[in-house]
Design a protein around this ligand. Structure first.
Ligand SMILES: *Cc1c(COP(=O)(O)O)cnc(C)c1O
Length: 375
């Protein structure tokens, strides 16, 4: 059941699964809330333009990204609708906001002053710190925040906050999250009383939407969930919607060679078979975002429907697997790094668990060298 090779190493997005995830999250949106998918970091590694244009087809009209350059790339690729830059845009990049029609986050009062001094007209949402202490102006400073609405060249079209611990079952964290919600609501009420026209309001990420949908808002900034994952497998157990991992990753078997007991495989002679074996070299390495910690027997790939352990150290551009139990393997075969072949499956959870990470990190670090497709 191997796919035919599409290049060196490639990633296939399944548009049906993406649509199922979109519909699943739409079905749990509060009344009046729309999706604003987080497509930062190249859509968590899936391919920003591919994913966002497909989401456009599914009726999605708003997106958020981390940087102006990410937004510019989406726009240049033909993505339509609002694109909100969640993070800091340095002066050097501010022109891109205008050139590519992006919405910038005012991350705090100092940043508002910088935008004011820059002087060119831009659209913006105000970021509010309701307890995370990353960026955002403190929710208590409503008098100063209200002044931002009076700055002529900054057209405020929305305001948002970010929940830091919405994924947690710890009662302390649940109370903390509710407190974030309260602080944000009080801030909004105060701003309204001061006559500010708030525009779009939003606070929910994936787990926020699933567990605190009563926070409401105009947008839910769903990221990881739309790609068919929670951060961890444990979170999946309490996830009320069914998720379909969107991506699979495949690579080529470059060469197959027989080795004998004591031969040294790869850098540092890190693997020496205890008897005769068969080694296959694959076209994926740590530069492709395949974690080096997956080497030396930790990780596996699927070839011809069977799992094969990675042996020796993962190289920058390649890795080696032990394939003596796999029949008829030859150069030109296709290996599956993430995905399913018959009954064998490897997910981003497997890689995350083996490398002390979370799916978000595993997916978003997939390298630029991997070719992305949408099927
Ligand atoms: C990344 C991010 C999101 C999306 O979070 P997920 O947990 O992936 O749904 C939403 N809002 C902000 C501010 C973010 O940085």
């Amino acid at each position: 059941m191997t796919d035919k090779s599409r290049g060196r190493t490639w990633l296939i997005n399944d548009s049906k699964k993406l649509e199922q995830n979109v519909r699943a999250f739409q079905s749990v949106l509060p009344n009046g809330t729309e999706l604003m998918p987080a497509v930062k970091a190249d859509a968590y590694g899936h391919g920003g333009v591919l994913i966002s244009k497909k989401l456009n087809e599914f009726g999605v009209k708003a997106f958020c990204v981390a940087s102006a350059k990410e937004g510019a790339r989406l726009r240049a690729g033909g993505v339509e609708g609002d694109i909100l830059v969640l993070g800091y845009t340095s002066r050097a990049d501010l022109n891109q906001l205008i050139e590519f029609d992006l919405i910038q986050t005012v991350i705090d009062l100092d940043y508002a002053k910088m935008l004011k001094d820059w002087g060119k007209k831009i659209k913006a949402h105000i970021g509010i710190d309701s307890g995370m202490h990353r960026v955002g102006e403190f929710s208590s400073r409503t008098e100063e925040i209200a002044d931002i609405y009076k700055i002529e060249n900054i057209e405020i079209t929305g305001i948002f906050t970010h929940l830091s611990s919405a994924d947690s079952d710890n009662p302390e964290h649940i109370e903390f999250t509710k407190e974030q919600g309260r602080k944000f609501r009080e801030c909004l009420d105060d701003l309204r009383a001061r006559g500010c026209s708030l525009g779009k309001i939003h606070s929910l990420n994936t787990t926020g939407l699933l567990r605190y949908s009563d926070f409401g808002g105009d947008y839910a900034r769903v990221g990881i969930g739309l790609y068919g994952y929670m951060e961890t497998r444990a979170q999946l157990l309490s996830c009320p919607v069914s998720l379909n991992p969107v991506m699979s990753i495949h690579t080529n078997v470059e060469a197959v060679k027989e080795v004998k007991k004591g031969d040294a495989i790869g850098y540092g002679c890190a693997y020496k078979p205890e008897g005769p074996g068969v080694i296959a070299a694959l076209s994926i390495g740590y530069a492709d975002g395949f974690p080096r910690a997956m080497g030396e027997g930790v990780g596996e790939v699927i070839i011809n429907g069977k799992k094969a352990p990675i042996v020796g150290r993962i190289c920058m551009d390649q890795c080696m697997v032990e394939v003596s139990k796999i029949k008829d393997i030859k150069a030109g075969d296709v290996a599956t790094v993430i995905g399913r072949e018959g009954n064998a499956e490897i997910t981003a959870y497997d890689i995350a668990e083996k490398t002390n990470s979370i799916t978000n990190e595993v997916l978003s670090r997939l390298g630029a060298r991997i070719e992305r497709f949408m099927d």
